[in-house]
Design a protein around this ligand. Structure first.
Ligand code: NAD
Length: 345
């Protein structure tokens, strides 16, 4: 068994009997050539599902799914989700297509809004027409904006403190609008929607195409540290994030998709192990034995409205999905570093 197969086996084991619902079913995964999407496709294929992956490769990378193209049960369609015309009937729809990193969504704000709003509406229409068994939308912790101290850890019941007219608004508000569409298609047409509010997730394949340019901190630090290049810290580095390893994330999303009796529910899926950016960098430098210098210059994109603290309250996922993260930060970093060093990009 290679490393990927072992990880997929772990995901399957954590699903318990739910994994039996995958085999023989047809899945549509939008954004399936991206980081989380490609892992999701891998997991479904390994459990006997049939997968149609729709992706326009705006931030995803065909390399992430190259190995899957050999599988008979896997089909890749390079098309924007807003224009996707289905040729088959789906049992499950997982809608992940979205530009997800700040420099990219600031560069392509209209496209970001379109995939979030028009793309989500189109996928929900399809779900209603095809009467799917369940529909999973991947939302984000960004819909909470920059919560006040008393709202960290942040529960699903918190409404958010979000700037609708600023450099993050094209992403944050498109996800908020998409959630409202999910709610409305559930209420009006009974579409069995489930919403995952994903908190920072990392691991192999994150930003494969442009790891140092897409702005997702952890993978950028790993690449820079391995190459002994300077690492830029924005602000004082005391801002926090809670990083979830990819296998835990995919297991949580699969549970949310496959479990019955949770239509119309929203779940935070992420790690609740909060770490400051300074401490994250220290850990990466130590694990890579790096001599990278730390610098403090203005980033190439606008970091206004960047949240100060980010940590989910995952009580609901623990109780209802019987899900929680298993991988600690150090273990996940080691795996990620090994993967980057092996040049699997
Ligand atoms: N990784 C995280 O930490 C994180 C955190 C919060 C939310 N999310 C959400 O999870 C989902 C997956 O994120 P990811 O980290 O894998 O990002 P990613 O950029 O690796 O994957 C997103 C994929 O969507 C594709 N895409 C974008 N717009 C599209 C369109 N209009 N039509 C078709 N395909 C399109 C991209 O090419 C890419 O392959 C996204 O919805 C993102 O908002 C991720």
């Amino acid at each position: 068994m290679n490393g990927l197969e072992r990880d997929l086996e772990e995901i399957k084991n954590s699903l318990g009997t739910l994994s039996r619902q995958v085999g023989g079913n047809n899945f549509l995964v939008t954004g399936g050539a991206g980081f989380i999407g490609s892992w999701f496709c891998d997991a479904l294929i390994s459990m006997g599902g049939r997968v149609v992956c729709v992706d326009n490769l705006s931030s995803g990378d065909e390399k992430n799914i190259e190995h899957l193209k050999r599988e008979k049960k896997f089909k890749f369609m390079k098309v924007p989700v807003e224009k996707f015309e289905p040729e088959e009937k789906f049992d499950f729809i997982v809608h992940m297509a979205s530009i997800a990193s700040p420099p990219l969504y600031q560069k392509f704000p209209i496209e970001t809004l379109d995939s979030g709003v028009i793309g989500t509406k189109r996928m929900l229409e399809l779900a209603a027409k095809q009467k799917v068994k369940s529909f999973l939308f991947t939302s984000t912790s960004e819909i909470y904006g920059n919560p006040p101290e008393e709202m960290v850890p942040t529960p699903e019941s918190y409404y958010g403190y979000v700037n609708s007219f600023g450099p993050r608004s094209m992403y944050d508000e498109s996800k908020r609008c998409a959630e409202a569409y999910c709610y409305s298609y559930w209420k009006q047409f009974g579409v069995p929607v489930r919403v995952a509010r994903i908190f920072n997730t990392y691991g192999p394949r994150l930003d494969t195409k442009n790891p140092t340019g897409y702005g997702r901190a952890l993978i950028k630090f790993v690449y820079l540290a391995i190459n002994d290049r300077p690492i830029n810290i924005y602000g004082n580095g005391e801002q926090t994030r809670s990083f979830c390893y990819i296998t835990d994330q995919v297991a949580g999303l699969l549970k949310l998709l496959l479990k019955t009796g949770i239509n119309g529910e929203v779940f935070n899926i992420g790690s609740d192990d909060e770490v400051s950016i300074n401490n994250l960098i220290r850990a990466i430098l130590r694990l890579t034995n790096s001599s990278s210098k730390l610098i403090n210059t203005r980033p190439a994109y606008d970091i206004t409205d960047d949240p100060t603290r980010r940590k989910p309250d995952i009580t609901k996922a623990k109780k209802i999905l019987q899900w929680g993260p298993n991988m600690g930060l150090e273990g996940g970093l080691e795996k990620t570093i090994r993967w980057v060093k092996a040049g699997k990009d």
